[in-house]
Design a protein around this ligand. Structure first.
Ligand SMILES: N[C@@H](CCC(=O)N[C@@H](CS)C(=O)NCC(=O)O)C(=O)O
Length: 214
């Protein structure tokens, strides 16, 4: 398998964590989102992923998978241990709700293309950073309320084993720190992020230890 990704991309980071949790070997193919005007925008990369976004996972037979959550669920289906989703329907609904709180409510409005378009409309870097922090803050407020004091919250978002929820949380927290979001109002998210990052599968997926970091 080949993972087309970028060290700082939170969606690539999600898939790296899932691959590591499953112990699946994968060649990494860096796609620099800034260099050369954005390598993901090239015709060559669009031929792999017409959405011009990372990650893309290319299987041994050449099949291309896109969308980080779909890729994570595919990996979970072909390699069920350790599971990325809990065994019960309510647990799965809670984990998916948490993951989508990041993947659907925060990430799309803070994506690089959105920030670039705000720039094209005349908003300076300060305004773009304010936008970024606003949507993270809105999303994190809801997620903190979801996990703080909830009986299903354990060492990780759902119990004591990492799930798709933690796979989404850690990269989003990384990005929030990059953009200097004040994380003090989210003590449970901070605790869960720290617990997940202590696991070898998460540590090995961190942006700073990727071959294309820099
Ligand atoms: N929903 C997609 C989003 C993929 C995506 O947009 N990735 C970002 C990096 S985190 C990207 O490639 N952005 C390029 C751009 O916005 O131009 C997923 O989860 O895979």
């Amino acid at each position: 398998m080949k993972l087309y990704g970028y060290f700082r991309s939170s969606t690539s980071y999600r898939v790296r964590i899932a691959l590591n949790l499953k112990g699946l070997p994968c060649e990494q193919v860096p796609v620099h989102l800034v260099r050369d005007g954005g390598q993901h925008l090239s015709d060559a990369y669009r031929a792999i992923n017409p959405a011009a976004a990372v990650p893309s996972l290319v299987l041994a037979d050449g099949t291309v998978l896109t969308q980080s959550l779909a890729i994570c669920e595919y990996l979970d289906e072909i390699c069920p241990q350790p599971p990325l989703l809990p065994p019960d329907a309510l647990g799965r609904a809670r984990v998916r709700a948490f993951a989508q709180g990041i993947a659907c409510d925060i990430h799309p409005v803070d994506n690089l293309r959105v920030l670039k378009y705000l720039g094209a409309l005349g908003h300076d870097e300060d305004a773009r950073n304010t936008w970024y922090r606003h949507w993270v803050t809105e999303g994190f407020r809801a997620l903190e309320a979801m996990v703080a004091g909830h009986p299903s919250t354990g060492r990780h978002v759902q119990g004591d084993a990492p799930t798709l929820a933690d796979i989404c949380l850690v990269p989003q927290m990384y990005n929030a720190r990059r953009f200097h979001v004040d994380l003090a109002p989210y003590p449970t998210l901070c605790r869960l992020d720290e617990a997940a990052r202590a696991l070898p599968a998460f540590a090995a997926a961190a942006p700073e230890v990727q071959p294309d970091a820099g």
